[in-house]
Design a protein around this ligand. Structure first.
Ligand SMILES: O=c1ccn([C@@H]2O[C@H](COP(=O)(O)O)[C@@H](O)[C@H]2O)c(=O)[nH]1
Length: 279
C-alpha cells in the first residue's frame, strides 16, 4: 500500500504544488448566480470538480459549507469526494476535528476508514486536546495510506495567543505540535504522511520546521492577504515541503470553467515560481 506521503509526493510531481479549497461561501454562491441552498451548493461543487478535478493535485472541501445544509449538504459532500477521487485529485477534507481519544476514534473511522461514505485521502485535525489524543487518527491513517494535517501556526490573527504561548519546558505550544509530528514522520520516504498547517499570512514563523519531513499546508493565500512571493519569508529552507492553498482567490473566477482553470493555473504558476526561486 502506498502511503499518503508517497501519493502526495507523486501527485504534486505530476500536477504541481497546489491545493484548491471548495468553500461555497454565501457570497460566492450569489456571485455565481446560484441560490443559497443545497441546489446551489451542488451546482457549485460539481462545477469546481469539473473545472479542476483532473488537474489540481489536492482539492480541499471545507466541510462547514456543506454541513450548513444538513443531511443533503453532507450527501453532496460525499458525492463531491467521490467525484474528486475519480478525477484523480487527492481529497483533503478540512474538518479540523479533535476530541478525547475515544471520540477521535470515531472521527478516524468517519474519514480515514476506506469503508466509510466520507472516506478521504487526508483530514485536518486540531491538537488542542493534546497531540496524543489524535493517535487514533494517526493509526488509522497509517493503516490505510491516509494523511492527517495538524494545526500548528494558523493563518488567523487570533491563533497566535494560543499557539505561541510558552509551555513549561520553554517551547511554544506550536513547537510541541511540530516536534510531535516530526517524530511521527521520522525516516519516512519520500515524505511523511503527517502534515502541519502553517498559515501563509504569518511572516517568519520563528519556529523550527526543519525536522518535519512531512507536508506543510499553507492556507491564507489570496483572500486573507498571503502571497506566493511571501512563502519564502514564512517557510525559509522548508519551502520544498510547502503545499500552498487557495480557496476564494480561485473560486471567485467561476462559474465559467475556463476562467476557473485560468485562475488555478495562475495560482500554480505563482507558487511554482515562489517555491523554486534560488536563495
Ligand atoms: O490556518 C488556517 C487553517 C485553515 N484555513 C482554511 O483554509 C481556507 C481558506 O480560504 P480562503 O478563501 O483562501 O481564505 C478556509 O477553508 C479556512 O477554513 C485557513 O484559512 N487557515
Amino acid at each position: 500500500m502506498e502511503s499518503f506521503g508517497a501519493r502526495l509526493h507523486r501527485t504534486v510531481a505530476e500536477r504541481g504544488p497546489l491545493c484548491v479549497g471548495i468553500d461555497p461561501h454565501p457570497a460566492l454562491l450569489a456571485r455565481w448566480g446560484l441560490s443559497d441552498d443545497a441546489d446551489g451548493l451542488e451546482r457549485f461543487a460539481r462545477t469546481v470538480v469539473e473545472a479542476l478535478g483532473d488537474r489540481i493535485a489536492v482539492v480541499k472541501p471545507q466541510s462547514a459549507f456543506f454541513e450548513r445544509f444538513g443531511a443533503r449538504g453532507v450527501g453532496i459532500l460525499e458525492s463531491t469526494i467521490r467525484q474528486l477521487r475519480d478525477a484523480g485529485s487527492l481529497v483533503l477534507l478540512d474538518v479540523k476535528r479533535g476530541d478525547i481519544g475515544s471520540t477521535v476514534s470515531a472521527y478516524a473511522s468517519a474519514y480515514l476508514d476506506p469503508s466509510s461514505p466520507l472516506y478521504v485521502d487526508a483530514v485536518t485535525a486540531s491538537p488542542y486536546l493534546g497531540v496524543g489524543s489524535l493517535a487514533p487518527m494517526f493509526e488509522l491513517a497509517a493503516a490505510h495510506g491516509g494523511g492527517v494535517f495538524v494545526l500548528a501556526l494558523t493563518s488567523n490573527p487570533e491563533g497566535a495567543a494560543v499557539q505561541r504561548a510558552v509551555t513549561a519546558d520553554g517551547r511554544t505550544v506550536a513547537q510541541t505540535v511540530i516536534d510531535e509530528i516530526s517524530q511521527l514522520n521520522r525516516g519516512a520516504e519520500p515524505l511523511g504522511s503527517f502534515g502541519l498547517v502553517v498559515g501563509a499570512t504569518i511572516g517568519d514563523t520563528g519556529h523550527d520546521l526543519s525536522a518535519v519531513n512531512g507536508p506543510l499546508l499553507a492556507p491564507g493565500l489570496g483572500a486573507q492577504g498571503g502571497t506566493a512571493a511571501g512563502l519564502r519569508t514564512v517557510f525559509g529552507s522548508s519551502l520544498p515541503s510547502v503545499l500552498p492553498s487557495y480557496s476564494r482567490e480561485v473560486l471567485q473566477a467561476g462559474p465559467d470553467l475556463a476562467a476557473l482553470r485560468d485562475a488555478a493555473d495562475r495560482a500554480l504558476a505563482d507558487c511554482r515560481a515562489a517555491l523554486t526561486t534560488a536563495d
